[in-house]
Design a protein around this ligand. Structure first.
Ligand SMILES: NC(=O)c1ccc[n+]([C@@H]2O[C@H](COP(=O)([O-])OP(=O)(O)OC[C@H]3O[C@@H](n4cnc5c(N)ncnc54)[C@H](O)[C@@H]3O)[C@@H](O)[C@H]2O)c1
Length: 349
């Protein structure tokens, strides 16, 4: 068992332990005075894990209700949120009760936003079941829903009261999502931990499950350090966006159809490293992402991607911010004009 304390204004713990789902009720009873726990989950995760969580909650004295919505990003919208709010009213959930986000990042983000808004704020707990949710989205308190105009456009900062991570759940995660999450895991090695990077360089998609007890706590600790210093995303949190400036451009260039987010970030990290680091470091990163079947590049012309970066929502006025990791394990926040950003990719490598 690893416990990581997240020292933000509403501080909380992240506990990582195999099979923790079976005893989640006992741990939740230490942080929650709720009479009723409302589990919010998607249909895939419901079939696999709701019963275990529900039984453990009930045997620790909680009343349990459950709302299940169809899996996938398409559900992360105001329509689903309204249905969750109505469900909570219909089940007499009060401000002293608790929401349980059981699932991937979609479940976590929408449940967190319900927690931030229902009755002007109600406790919520994250039980992340996807790799991305365990290493990234369940920690840090960013909650949101999508609009037809774009992703995560309406949201709030609301920290969970507790995060319970069970690496065993990753064994049922479809490979596509495991690969996607590994893109973010490699990113943590690049931005903050050369030793993590070296570990990842020596593992692969087949054996990585055995190392999650080491990998997940390292990633959570890095995220915790960044979030503790920049809870509301005004500075240091930017380093979590390594690979994302080019990555977002790749997603947009292919109309969000060809590349999953983690794959686009992987290609984005490789492209930045190709132009900003030594050839040896670039070769190491390429080998590392290939271990997890992640892409190292894209067919999209680099200058077209650079043009798309001008539309990045992280832009500050006429300036663009981007992240470099030179050497591997150390991130730098760079600020410059769009022509200055473009110049990086004009040199021969
Ligand atoms: N809040 C943040 O800080 C933050 C950070 C990064 C990403 N996000 C958000 O996270 C979302 C993506 O998260 P995701 O990749 O987890 O997607 P997801 O929640 O859609 O989960 C991926 C798929 O895996 C299934 N699944 C989840 N756990 C499973 C398990 N253990 N076994 C079998 N199937 C399982 C889900 O049903 C779904 O089909 C996006 O909406 C993104 O915007 C939020």
């Amino acid at each position: 068992m690893t416990k990581i304390h997240v020292p933000v204004r509403d501080a909380y713990d992240v506990i990582i332990e195999r099979n923790i789902l079976k005893r989640c009720g006992e741990i939740i009873s230490e942080v929650s005075k709720a009479e009723t726990c409302a589990i919010i989950t998607d249909d895939n995760v419901d079939k696999l894990y709701s019963e275990t969580v529900s039984e453990s909650l009930k045997s620790n004295g909680f009343k349990v209700v459950k709302y299940v919505f169809p899996h996938g990003e398409a559900s992360k919208n105001a329509g689903t949120l309204t249905k969750i709010w109505s469900f909570l009213v219909q089940n007499d959930i009060t401000r002293s009760d608790c929401l349980i986000a059981l699932g991937g990042g979609v479940v976590g983000d929408i449940t967190g936003f319900a927690g931030a808004t229902f009755l002007r704020g109600i406790q919520y707990i994250q039980i992340p079941t996807s790799l991305l949710a365990q290493v990234d989205s369940s920690v840090g308190g960013k909650t949101a829903v999508d609009l037809p105009e774009g992703k995560n456009l309406v949201g709030a900062f609301k920290q969970p009261a507790l995060v319970l991570c069970d690496p065993e759940t990753l064994r049922t995660l479809p490979e596509k999502f495991l690969i996607d999450g590994m893109g973010e895991v490699v990113k943590y090695g690049m931005i903050a931990d050369e030793k993590l990077f070296d570990l990842l360089l020596n593992c692969n998609l087949e054996n990585v499950h055995e190392y999650f007890d080491t990998i997940i706590p390292i990633c959570v600790a890095i995220k915790k350090n960044v979030v503790a210093e920049d809870e509301l995303d005004t500075g240091l949190r930017m380093i979590l966006n390594f690979g994302h400036t080019i990555g977002h451009a790749i997603e947009a260039y292919y109309h969000y159809e060809t590349y999953t987010h983690g794959c686009a970030v992987s290609a984005g990290m490789c492209i930045m490293t190709k132009y900003c680091n030594t050839p040896e470091e670039y070769a190491k990163l390429k080998k590392c992402v290939e271990n997890y079947h992640l892409p190292t590049d894209t067919d999209a012309p680099i200058m077209e991607l650079v043009n798309l970066c001008g539309h990045d929502k992280k832009r500050a006025g006429q300036k663009l911010r981007w992240i470099t990791c030179n050497p591997i394990g150390k991130a730098q926040i760079q600020t410059g004009t769009i022509p200055e950003f473009r110049a990086i990719f004009e040199r021969e490598v």
